[in-house]
Design a protein around this ligand. Structure first.
Ligand code: MOS
Length: 744
C-alpha cells in the first residue's frame, strides 16, 4: 500500500476534448479525409413484408461516377452469423441475427435492399433513385392490436440476458387476499434515439487488412462482429472511433451498415464512406419498441405491498426475441413477498428493437410508479410515505443486501430541495391563473451491470515527466476522456495537465462497449489498476536504486504528488528517476474483471420530483420544476456527472410528453422519419432542473465504487410527471407520451 494524496477525482474539470469539439478539429467517422474516397448510399425497402422480385440496376449503373450497385443478387454472402449478445459482454454483438441482402426476403420497411456506390455522395444518392425495384407484398403485422392474438412467452429476452418469466411467492393468492388492489394498463409509443451524429462507417482496405472508422459505443464490438460476419481475422481488422456524437444505445450494438461499408469498399477497391441519413436513423439502428404493460398491485390497508404482477406485451422481429427488460424493476426495488413478471412477444415486421437509454427501467418504472401513485391515492397516503413504507434494504428478488443504496437519503434530500413536505394531496386544488398545478414523485433505479469480461488499460510515464494512459473505448459524449484523465492522474500521483488519455482504437488495450451505464465503472477500474500498478513500479525502482535519494525507503512511506515521490525529507521525480537510468519510459497494463456471482444486489438509486402546470382549457402540459437526487456511488467529475443526470432527466421529460413514433398498420412504415415530426425537448421546454448528488461508498462494484450516471437520470421522470399531471387535474394518463388530447 502506498499513501495517496486526494487529487483530481471528483473535481468539476472542464472537458479535455471540449476545445477539439467546439473548434471542429475533433474528427467523427464521417469526417475522415481519405484519398480516392467513394460514397455509399443505402436503399431501404418500401414494403414491410414480402420479397424483392426484381431490381433493375441498369439505369443507375449507366450514370456517371457510379462504381457499383450491390443487391441480394450481388452482395457477398456473410461468413457466419454470430448470436445476439449485448456488446457489454465483450463478444461479437450484431444488433440482430438477420443480415440483409442474403436473399430476397423483406422483413421490415427500410430493410437494406441495395447499396449504391459512386464517386460522390450526390451521385450515389441520385443513382439510388434510378433503381427500379419490384416487390411481391404480403400484409404486414406491425402494431400491438394486430399481434395481440398471436403472442408467446420467450425463454429469454434482451440478448439472452433475461428470462421471459420469473416469479416468487404466490401472486394469485396474495392478490386474492389483498385489502386493496390496483390494476392498470400502460401503453407506450415506440421511441427513436436520434443522437446529433447519424451513424456512419468509413471503410478502407489495404490488401487483406481492413480499417473501419466507426460511430460505435465499442470499437472492439465492431471489430469482433465484422470479423465474424466477413470471415476476416480480428488481427487484420482495426477499428477507430475516437469521437462519437452521442448514441443513447443506437450505437451499442453493431448494425449491418458497418459491415456493408466494408463489403462495398472491397467491391470498388476504394475507401468507402457509408453514412446513414437522418431518415434512415429511424429504420436502421433499432428503436425502443411500442409496448403495453399491465401492473397489478396488492397491498394491506396500511400500504404494505403484498403482491406485484407486471406483464409486458411488445412486438419483436421475425428473428430475435427482443424486449427491453421493463418488468424487472418491479421485482427488486420494493419489499413485497410475491412477484410475477412476464414478457409476451409477437413476431412483427420490424427490425429487432435495441437498447435505448435506460432500457427497461425507464418504461418499467413509468408503469410501476404510476401504479404506486394510484395506490397512495386510494389509501390516502403521501406518495413518498408509501415508498418509504415499502423500502427494502435487500434486493427483493434475490434477497441479497445491496452493495450500497443511498435511496432513503435520495428521497430525503430530493424532497427537501423540491419542497415536497406539506403537499396537499387533493388533486385539482392548486391553481395559478388558468394553469392547474400539481406535483408528483417517483423512485429511480438502474442496475449496475454484472457482466464479467476483463477490462484492460495501459499507463505509461515518459522521461519528460508526462503520462499517456490508453484504453480502446470511444468518447461518445459522456465525458469519459476527461474523467479517465482524472482517474489516471489520481492513480499516478500526477497533475491532470501532465496526463493524456488516448482512446477509440482497437490497437489500444481492450475495453468492452460502454453500455448499460457501465462505462465509467469498468474503464475507471482498468485505468486505476494500470496507473496504480505503474506508480508502484516506479516507487519500487526508486527505493531499490542506489542512485536515488529514496534508496532504502519503505515503499509504503512514499507519497507521490505532481510526479514527485517523497518519503520524509527525501524526494525524487519520476522524470529524474527515468533519465538517470537511461529509460525513455515506464509502463504497466492494468486489468480488472467485474464481479459476478457475489452475494450482493447491485443497483443505483435515485428519487425524482416534478411540478407541472396544465392549461385548464387547452390541456397543454408544461413542466415547471424538476428535482432529481441520485446516489451513483463515487462521483468522478461533478460537472460531467451532473450534465449526464440533467440530460437524463430532460430525456425523461421527452419520454413523458413528446417522444413518439408509430407504425402505419397498413404499410408497416414509421410515421415519423425526421426531427420535424419526432419531437424532443428543446430549451424552451426545459424547466429548472435541480440535481442532488448523494455520494455513497461502495467497495463491491469496482475499485473506485463507481455505479454510473448515464441512465438513472431518466428513470422515474415520466412517472413523476404523470403523477404530477394527476395531482394537477385529477386525470390519470396511463400512456406515453401524454398528449394534449389525453387531457381534453
Ligand atoms: Mo445504453 S441504452 O445501455 O447504450
Amino acid at each position: 500500500m502506498t499513501a495517496t494524496i486526494p487529487s483530481a477525482l471528483g473535481q468539476p474539470l472542464d472537458r479535455v476534448d471540449g476545445f477539439a469539439k467546439v473548434s471542429g478539429s475533433a474528427r467523427y467517422s464521417a469526417e475522415i479525409p481519405l484519398p480516392d474516397m467513394a460514397y455509399a448510399y443505402v436503399v431501404g425497402s418500401r414494403i414491410a413484408a414480402g420479397r424483392v422480385t426484381e431490381i433493375d440496376v441498369s439505369a443507375a449503373l449507366a450514370e456517371e461516377g457510379v462504381l457499383a450497385v450491390l443487391t441480394h443478387r450481388t452482395l457477398p454472402k456473410i461468413a457466419e452469423q454470430p448470436p445476439l449478445i449485448p456488446s457489454l459482454a465483450g463478444t461479437a454483438a450484431p444488433a440482430q441475427t438477420f443480415f440483409p441482402m442474403q436473399d430476397d426476403t423483406v422483413h421490415y420497411a427500410g430493410q437494406q435492399i441495395a447499396v449504391v456506390v459512386a464517386d460522390t455522395w450526390e451521385r450515389a444518392q441520385h443513382a439510388a433513385r434510378l433503381l427500379r425495384v419490384t416487390y411481391e407484398e404480403t400484409p404486414p403485422v406491425t402494431t400491438l392490436d394486430q399481434g395481440r392474438d398471436r403472442t408467446y412467452v420467450p425463454e429469454r429476452i434482451f440478448g439472452g440476458l433475461i428470462p421471459g418469466r420469473s416469479e416468487r411467492g404466490d401472486v394469485n393468492a396474495a392478490l386474492q387476499d389483498a385489502d386493496i388492489r390496483v390494476d392498470a394498463t400502460y401503453t407506450y409509443a415506440a421511441n427513436n434515439h436520434n443522437p446529433i451524429e447519424s451513424s456512419c462507417t468509413t471503410a478502407q482496405w489495404d490488401g487483406d487488412e481492413l480499417i473501419l472508422y466507426d460511430a460505435t459505443q465499442g470499437v472492439n464490438a465492431t471489430q469482433m462482429t465484422v470479423s465474424r460476419l466477413l470471415g476476416v481475422p480480428m488481427s487484420k481488422i482495426r477499428v477507430l472511433g475516437h469521437y462519437v456524437g452521442g448514441s443513447f444505445g443506437c450505437k451499442a450494438m453493431i448494425h449491418a451498415h458497418s459491415t456493408l461499408a466494408a463489403m462495398a469498399a472491397r467491391e470498388v477497391g476504394r475507401p468507402v464512406k457509408l453514412a446513414l441519413t437522418r431518415e434512415q436513423m429511424f429504420t436502421s439502428v433499432g428503436h425502443r419498441e411500442e409496448q403495453e404493460q399491465h401492473v397489478t398491485l396488492g397491498a394491506t390497508r396500511e400500504g404494505r405491498l403484498t403482491a406485484i404482477r407486471h406483464h409486458k406485451l411488445s412486438p419483436t422481429s421475425h428473428f430475435d426475441d427482443w424486449a427491453e427488460p421493463s418488468v424487472g424493476v418491479s421485482s427488486q426495488i420494493y419489499a413485497c413477498p410475491a412477484y410475477e413478471g412476464e414478457y409476451r412477444l409477437f413476431r412483427a415486421n420490424t427490425m429487432t428493437p435495441t437498447f435505448m437509454r435506460a432500457p427497461g427501467e425507464a418504461s418499467g418504472m413509468f408503469a410501476l410508479d404510476s401504479a404506486m401513485d394510484e395506490l397512495a391515492h386510494e389509501l390516502g397516503l403521501d406518495p413518498l410515505e408509501l415508498r418509504l413504507l415499502n423500502h427494502t434494504d435487500v434486493d427483493a428478488m434475490s434477497g441479497l443486501p445491496w452493495s450500497s443504496s443511498g435511496l432513503r437519503e435520495c428521497y430525503e434530500r430530493g424532497a427537501q430541495r423540491f419542497g415536497w413536505a406539506g403537499r396537499d394531496p387533493r388533486p385539482g386544488v392548486r391553481r395559478d391563473g388558468n394553469w392547474l398545478i400539481g406535483t408528483g414523485m417517483a423512485t429511480a433505479s438502474y442496475p449496475v451491470s454484472p457482466l464479467a469480461n476483463p477490462q484492460r488499460a495501459r499507463a505509461r510515464v515518459y522521461a519528460d515527466g508526462t503520462a499517456l494512459v490508453q484504453a480502446a473505448t470511444p468518447e461518445f459524449g459522456t465525458g469519459v476522456a476527461t474523467v479517465m484523465t482524472q482517474v489516471a492522474a489520481e492513480g499516478l500521483g500526477m497533475s491532470v495537465e501532465r496526463c493524456r488519455f488516448e482512446f477509440g482504437d482497437t490497437d489500444l488495450p481492450n475495453i468492452a462497449a460502454a453500455v448499460g451505464s457501465a462505462g465509467a465503472g469498468m474503464i475507471s477500474a482498468a485505468v486505476h489498476s494500470a496507473a496504480t500498478a505503474l506508480r508502484g513500479q516506479l516507487i519500487a525502482s526508486a527505493v531499490g536504486d542506489p542512485g536515488s535519494p529514496l534508496h532504502g525507503a519503505d515503499p509504503v512511506d512514499v507519497v507521490v504528488r505532481d510526479g514527485v515521490m517523497t518519503a520524509g525529507t527525501a524526494s525524487e521525480s519520476y522524470r529524474d528517476l527515468l533519465v538517470r537510468n537511461f529509460r525513455p519510459d515506464a509502463e504497466a497494463v492494468g486489468q480488472w474483471t467485474p464481479p459476478h456471482d457475489i452475494p450482493y444486489g447491485m443497483m443505483t438509486f435515485g428519487a425524482q420530483f416534478a411540478e407541472v402546470a396544465v392549461d385548464a382549457e387547452l390541456g397543454l402540459v408544461r413542466v415547471r420544476r424538476m428535482t432529481g437526487a441520485f446516489a451513483p456511488g463515487r462521483v468522478l467529475n461533478a460537472k460531467t456527472a451532473r450534465s449526464q443526470l440533467m440530460g437524463g432527466m430532460l430525456w425523461g421529460l421527452g419520454q413523458a410528453l413528446m417522444e413518439a413514433n408509430h407504425m402505419e398498420p397498413d404499410t408497416g412504415r414509421w410515421v415519423s422519419a425526421s426531427l420535424g415530426e419526432y419531437l424532443v425537448p428543446v430549451n424552451a421546454d426545459a424547466p429548472d432542473v435541480a440535481v442532488e448528488l448523494v455520494e455513497v461508498e461502495d467497495d463491491i462494484v469496482n475499485p473506485l465504487g463507481v455505479k454510473g450516471v448515464g441512465e438513472i437520470g431518466q428513470v422515474g421522470v415520466a412517472a413523476a410527471i404523470a403523477n404530477a399531471v394527476h395531482h394537477a387535474t385529477g386525470r390519470r394518463v396511463r400512456k406515453l407520451p401524454i398528449m394534449i388530447e389525453d387531457l381534453l
